[in-house]
Write a protein that binds this ligand. Structure first.
Ligand code: MN
Length: 465
């Protein structure tokens, strides 16, 4: 079998259905994947309704209806097939569209999963797009949302651009005219909405001495280059609106700065994905910021607002999402500050912090990733959080860096093993993973994860994720 064959089978299977329930994940990739599948289905005149879950786990399984609609799982399900079985879902009534590691189970649910085919850098929205495209080639316009999902799941991060099938989607979107691919663009977040000096100061991949984490430094750097920070009328300018000559002046000065400090320059540039049909200086203008907007919707438990934006709403849903985005950023900044102020505890191979109920579980992963660049980046970080509505389980999020996984570290493996041993469940990727564990096992669990990571780092590295 190949991914293409699985996609054809899935498209055929879906077209046979009269009524479908989509169960999807509440993050940018899940929201994008749901929007792609739901639009493809409704264009094919198949009745569809959707359910969003934070995570597929015993406590959320009641959200999966026990009716006879066809169940389409998106961005989840592969690692929780035992739960689908326990829920009594029959084999022939389920299709899983996912990119996570599968957990074996008695039932053999059908899946379209890019991971077993070696496509480690494509998200569920990408898989969903291939199915939609197979259902009807007119669904090529959904490539835009697929790119948002992929970028949202950080599939473009390691290689500074999408690769493999995920990039093919971007190319299809470019040919269709809905995606503008910018080669060797600045590898920084916020190129469409952040004031230029803020955009530079907030970017830390690569870390540019004197500019990263230094707003004044960034402002002076741009002044020296004679780049006006403000447009007529005093509005802040953004990277995207600089002309080609200005961009060249900035990037070559950044290159010089990095070389002067003996830092590698390769990560300064990235392929980026812009949407020419959107207004300039809005977050839906580029894939990265669009994804953040969707994540903000998920964080505020309003995935349907994100879904409406994926479907083209630029009025009420869009305004609502912008408001959530502002709050989202404020809470993440607060979490980051809390981690830095409180400090992390360190074991030999992991650093960790328990934030109790102070922060929503939906942002701790993002906060962990951001905190890592300001802590010991050589040691994976673990954040534990309690969810007020869940008295039994503690949620665990872990993040590390490309450099650490190149040495053999695999967070997915460590969390899957350690959580199973204490009666919890875990999954994810080498670089970012999560788990639920019984609250009373926290200490045993941390020590076990440390032990597993120590074992991994003793093995020769694989060098890829
Ligand atoms: Mn995903």
């Amino acid at each position: 079998m190949s991914l293409g064959e699985d996609v054809r089978f899935a498209a055929h299977e879906i077209m046979e259905q009269e009524e479908v329930t989509i169960i999807s994940h509440i993050d940018a990739d899940g929201i994008a994947g749901e929007a792609i599948l739901a639009q493809a289905l409704s264009r094919a005149e198949i009745k569809t309704h959707s359910v969003f879950v934070r995570q597929l786990e015993p406590l959320t399984m009641h959200l999966v209806p026990q009716d006879d609609t066809f169940k389409l799982f998106c961005d989840l399900g592969a690692g929780q097939q035992n739960l689908l079985e326990e829920r009594g879902l029959p084999e022939d009534n389920v299709l899983i569209v996912d990119h996570h590691v599968s957990q074996p189970c008695e039932m053999e649910y059908r899946q379209v999963n890019c991971l077993p085919y070696g496509h480690t850098k494509m998200s569920a929205a990408g898989v969903a797009y291939f199915i939609a495209k197979e259902m009807d080639s007119g669904n090529v316009d959904l490539s835009k949302i697929a790119v948002v999902g992929n970028v949202g799941d950080m599939m473009a991060r390691e290689d500074c651009g999408l690769t493999g099938p995920a990039r093919e989607i971007a190319l299809e979107g470019r040919d269709h005219g809905c995606i503008d691919i910018r080669a060797r663009d600045l590898n920084a977040y916020g190129t469409s909405t952040r004031p230029l000096h803020i955009c530079l100061a907030y970017s830390d991949d690569p870390l540019i001495p004197g500019i990263s984490n230094n707003i004044n430094g960034a402002r002076q750097f741009l002044r020296k280059l004679g780049i006006p920070l403000q447009a007529e009328g005093g509005r802040w300018r953004v990277w995207e609106e600089l002309d080609a000559d200005e961009k060249r002046r900035v990037t070559s000065a950044l290159v010089q700065q990095l070389i002067a400090c003996g830092e590698p320059v390769d990560r300064l540039f990235s392929e980026t994905y812009l949407f020419p049909d959107e207004f300039v200086r809005t977050p839906v203008r580029n894939a990265q910021e669009f994804a953040t907007l969707l994540n903000a919707c998920g964080r505020w438990s309003q995935p349907r607002v994100g879904g409406a934006i994926c479907r083209g709403d630029r009025l009420s849903a869009y305004r609502e999402a912008e408001h959530m985005l502002a709050n989202h950023r404020a809470v993440i900044r607060e979490l980051l500050q809390y981690i830095l102020d409180t400090g992390v505890a360190e074991l030999s191979h992991v650093q960790y912090i328990h934030v109790g109920r102070k922060f929503p579980d939906t942002i701790v992963g993002i906060g962990a990733g951001m905190a890592l660049s300001k802590l010991n980046i050589h040691k994976p970080i673990m954040i534990m959080v309690e969810q007020p509505e869940d008295p039994v389980f503690t949620k665990v999020s872990m993040r590390t860096t490309e450099r650490v996984i190149a040495k053999g570290i695999d967070l997915q493996q460590a969390l899957t093993v350690a959580s199973a041993e204490v009666g919890g469940a875990g999954g994810g990727h080498k670089i970012a993973a999560g788990a639920f564990i019984p609250r009373e096992s926290e200490e045993v669990f941390i020590n076990r994860v440390n032990e597993l990571l120590a074992g991994q780092s003793a093995q020769p590295g694989q060098g890829h994720c």
